[in-house]
Design a protein around this ligand. Structure first.
Ligand SMILES: Nc1ncnc2c1ncn2[C@@H]1O[C@H](COP(=O)(O)OP(=O)(O)OP(=O)(O)O)[C@@H](O)[C@H]1O
Ligand SMILES: [Mg+2]
Length: 510
């Protein structure tokens, strides 16, 4: 890609004269802070966005890519971070969707199955063709996404933050598969914020900052610290946190014997635990093991079938969300776009969505626009939300900046109980560090924090205690963090290991 420039209609220059050179058969890491222009550049390559200037060459020949169909024809494939599979269909059906092999007028099912299995075996991505996608763990779904792209003949694969939702074991498996792909002559562009992964996997890298190129080269010749300096423009110490040693105080959240039954199945099964003031309790688990339903129940978006929930000894089981929030509960939801923001509202509107009715933001019968704007400006500054103005629509922000809007609103509420579900997913190095430190600061201030995360590194850095959930039950509880390793947690998360009921009850008898 040569001299790519992209200006969005609102005047944001997302790409400024960018060059990206990817060689055949390599894994190329594309790096940069939130809003640096990575996704925009990849969308241009895949035909979702059009560049205002610049040229794209494929194997030396200039190409014009006006739509994903053009891209697919040119053997370029993209695996989006939000999976695009159809949950109710089988693995094979998803893989051949839109390119179904036919026999006469009907779909040739056995051919579809054969294709899926053959590609899976050839590229080191084994799948069971007849399983329904909805039943699969996330790592397996991602495998299906990649297979789907390969079946469409992709030679160049774009992966936008593919490891954000994977366990360590699943990440290892993905990396092994990607390495197999390049030995088969495929080429991969890999967008990520995780520098360890870059060191482990990629051959070369390109760094963007503020829409411009700031560096590229061989991964083997740079350190993680140098990559950070290129991305951020200055050196920062990553993974260093200030945490006071404190004794947890009174119980803030008490969850007792909660069941959630859907279609006759126990999505949550007898879940009991406590979170005290001044501690961070982490729930580790592979996505889809009941954590999402638990969080929904805690914030009033779903009703527990059985069981009780108390906040400071006051029961609030199945109370409406507004009442729960007014008791000092805040939540950073995992699905930031569906649950965290209103995409077609502005930053300032989103930042008062939970408090517009308060006195400081109202005036006579309307809103106090000036106070709202000041509030937004202040939070945009503190949480480094990158946008032209408080009136900018949230829908036009980069993934990481949308996350910052949610985090800013929830943390600035000064909660007693903060539920943080994947709070740093998609955030860049500096923002991740900032949010993790803020969670610790809230804890030190005395808030009770329930952290739900699939990122074990995050859990190891922040948690005072760890609960592991598998298939809707608490299968392990660790009060002594020092004795835990990510590998060990991974075993429990995948259901390979399980504590005795008595041990797991530590979550309740802490
Ligand atoms: N549809 C859009 N309309 C207007 N501005 C946009 C649009 N999409 C992105 N932008 C802006 O373009 C810039 C680059 O965004 P982009 O999504 O490419 O960043 P990114 O590097 O992928 O960041 P992240 O790591 O947060 O995903 C940002 O300032 C963003 O606000
Ligand atoms: Mg992006």
């Amino acid at each position: 890609m040569c001299g790519i420039t992209k200006v969005y209609p609102n005047g944001v220059v997302a790409n400024r004269n960018i060059n990206l050179n990817v060689e055949k058969g390599e894994i190329h890491a594309l790096l940069g802070e939130n809003g640096a222009g990575k996704s925009t550049l990849m969308k241009i390559l895949y035909g979702i966005e059009r560049a205002d200037a610049g040229k794209i060459f494929l194997e030396g020949k200039e190409v014009h890519i006006a739509s994903p169909l053009d891209a697919i024809r040119l053997k370029i494939g993209m695996v989006h971070q939000e999976f695009m599979l159809i949950p109710s269909l089988s693995v094979a059906e998803n893989c051949v969707l839109g390119i179904e092999p036919r026999r006469g007028l009907s779909i040739d099912r056995s051919k579809a199955i054969e294709l899926t299995e053959r590609f899976g075996a050839e590229f080191g991505l084994p799948v069971s063709h007849n399983e329904i996608v909805a039943e699969l763990p996330v790592g397996m779904r991602q495998r299906v996404e990649i297979l789907k792209v390969l079946l469409r003949g992709a030679e160049l694969l774009i992966l936008d933050e593919p490891t954000a939702v994977l366990t360590p074991l699943e990440t290892e498996e993905l990396f092994a598969a990607l390495k197999t792909l390049v030995t088969r002559g495929k080429t991969i562009i890999f967008v990520t914020h995780k520098l360890k992964e870059v060191k482990q996997l990629a051959d070369r890298f390109t760094v963007l900052r503020d829409g411009s190129n700031v560096g590229n080269g061989l991964v083997s010749e740079v350190s993680e610290a140098e990559l950070v300096r290129m991305m951020v423009g200055r050196a920062i110490e990553v993974d260093v946190y200030k945490k006071r040693t404190t004794k947890p105080g009174a119980e803030v959240l008490t969850v007792k014997g909660v069941f959630y039954i859907r279609d006759g199945r126990n999505v949550l099964q007898n879940v009991s635990f406590k979170v005290r003031s001044g501690e961070i309790v982490a729930i580790a688990g592979v996505e889809g093991n009941g954590q999402a339903e638990l969080v929904d129940i805690l914030v009033g978006l779903r009703k527990a079938t059985r069981g009780k929930i108390f906040l400071n000894d006051k029961e609030y089981t199945n109370a409406p969300p507004k009442e729960i929030r007014s008791q000092g509960v805040a939540c950073i939801p995992a699905d930031r776009i569906g649950r965290g923001v209103a995409m077609r509202a502005s930053i300032e509107e989103n930042l008062i969505a939970d408090r517009y009715f308060k006195r400081e933001f109202s005036r006579w019968w309307g809103l106090n626009k000036k106070a709202i704007r000041e509030h937004a400006k202040n939070l945009m500054h503190v949480f480094a939300i990158r946008a032209i103005a408080p009136s900018t629509l949230v829908g036009s922000l980069s993934g990481g900046n949308i996350q910052r809007v949610v985090v800013a609103r929830e943390l600035s509420a000064g909660p007693q109980l903060l539920i943080a579900d994947q709070p740093t997913r998609g955030l860049d190095v500096a923002a991740t560090k900032f949010v993790r430190q803020r969670l610790i600061d809230e804890r030190d201030r005395g808030a009770a924090i329930l952290l739900v995360s699939t990122d074990l590194e995050e859990i190891m850095q922040l948690a005072d205690r760890i609960i592991v959930m598998y298939k809707g039950s608490i299968v392990a509880h660790f009060a002594d963090i020092e004795s835990v390793t990510p590998e060990l947690l991974g075993q429990y998360m995948l259901g390979v290991e399980r504590q005795s009921e008595k041990e797991a009850e530590g979550a309740w008898n802490c």
